[in-house]
Design a binder for this molecule. Structure first.
Ligand SMILES: *Cc1c(COP(=O)(O)O)cnc(C)c1O
Length: 370
């Protein structure tokens, strides 16, 4: 038996694959002597907007701040309520509380682990100011019914696309469907930089203008601060790296999908619950998340055969110490809580070899018999 480790992620492999292009991009920025908000950021914003099919992209410092800035651009602030899910990366929630707003949670669909759109309307109150669907694991929330509800109530939909670069819903790219889309370029995301970075996408000219001011101390032009802003900028180095990587994202996402097909075949009789794809398709497998009531035993046995797995996410936001004050008692979001106790993620990145994918399958299948 081959006992070589299969790590959960390995970004050095990606760098080796693209070393020539990345090194040229980084050297170009160093030689330019210009490091924050400049031609590299503008070029990336333009190219990424074209790639997504939107009018504007505004580069910011992280995915968390992309969401916070989108909320600020909509005027969401202290005391306002924002509807989202508790089964997400906690930064979704950090962004909402960063602007002083109150997260209000709806449960998830237990099949897809995505926002149960059917629960959104009942969660709307006179204080609701925005809805933040999370396209978790690389798959879009069912956007058509959500947009219909939002329109009926005059609420903006701000998409959390941090795990969904390249995902589609009804033929439209994640981030081009709601009022704004929020992207993270954290290194392990489907499009990642080599540090922190993020972006907001929108088709609305006025919102884009506002976002450009908000990310840069509220300046309309140098030394003219028209609104109260923050410092949340994408830097030139990260933008140059992103421009070098963007042309590869479609092929990388195809490779993720091909790995998902192999996992599905290899694990069909494993007893694990496999990820459910919405009929609309468009999943880009940021993560390949399976479920089992014997999660801990299987993860442990897989680790012993050298296959690293992780949990996304073990503790839902409403059960985190920081957010107990939101008043969601355990039991309030039963699907969220059940799913959080069952999920675990298999290695999923474009540079995984077929042999490694097979080793993961073998390890997990054998672990299932333990
Ligand atoms: C990664 C992530 C974020 C936060 O992005 P950062 O760039 O790390 O701030 C927000 N939401 C989700 C769903 C994420 O996966």
């Amino acid at each position: 038996m081959n006992t070589e480790r299969v790590p959960f992620g390995d970004l050095a492999r990606e760098y080796r694959e693209l070393k020539a292009e990345i090194d040229v991009a980084v050297a170009r920025v160093l030689a330019s002597g210009w490091f924050v908000l400049g031609p590299e950021v503008e070029a990336f914003e333009r190219t990424f907007a074209g790639w997504l099919g939107v009018r504007h992209v505004v580069g910011v410092a992280s995915g968390t701040e992309a969401i916070a800035l989108a909320l600020m651009a909509e005027g969401v602030g202290p005391g306002d309520e924002v509807i989202t899910v508790a089964h997400t990366a906690v930064p979704t929630i950090s962004a909402i509380t960063q602007v002083g707003a109150i997260p209000r949670f709806v449960d998830i669909d237990p099949a897809t682990c995505l926002m149960d759109v059917g629960q959104v309307e009942a969660a709307i109150t006179p204080s609701t100011r925005a809805i933040v669907p999370v396209h978790l694991y690389g798959q879009c929330v069912d956007m058509d019914p959500l947009l219909a509800i939002a329109e009926r109530h005059g609420l903006p939909v701000i998409e959390d696309c941090a795990q969904a670069t390249g995902a589609t819903c009804g033929g439209h790219n994640a981030g081009s469907i709601g009022r704004m889309g929020c992207f993270s370029f954290y290194p392990s995301k489907n499009l990642g930089c080599y540090g922190d970075g993020g972006a907001v996408s929108t088709n609305d000219d006025a919102l884009a203008e506002r976002l450009r001011m908000l990310r840069n101390y509220g300046q309309s032009k140098r030394y003219h601060h028209d609104i109260k802003g923050i410092n949340s900028r994408l830097d030139e180095m990260q933008a140059a790296i992103l421009s070098a990587k963007l042309p590869h994202v479609a092929a990388w996402n195809d490779r993720r999908k091909a790995i998902a097909v192999r996992y599905r075949e290899g694990l069909a009789n494993s007893g694990l619950m496999l990820p459910v794809e919405r009929e609309a398709g468009g999943h880009v497998y940021h993560l390949f998340v399976v479920r089992s009531d014997r999660r801990e035993a299987i993860m442990q046995a897989a680790a012993e055969s050298g296959v690293q797995t992780l949990i996304h996410y073990p503790i839902p936001a409403h059960c985190q110490k920081a957010y107990l004050d939101l008043g969601y008692a355990e039991g309030r979001l039963p699907n969220t809580e059940r799913v959080a106790a069952q999920v675990f993620s298999l290695p999923m990145y474009p540079q995984l070899t077929d042999a490694e994918v097979q080793r993961v399958i073998d390890a997990v299948v054998n672990a299932g018999h333990v």
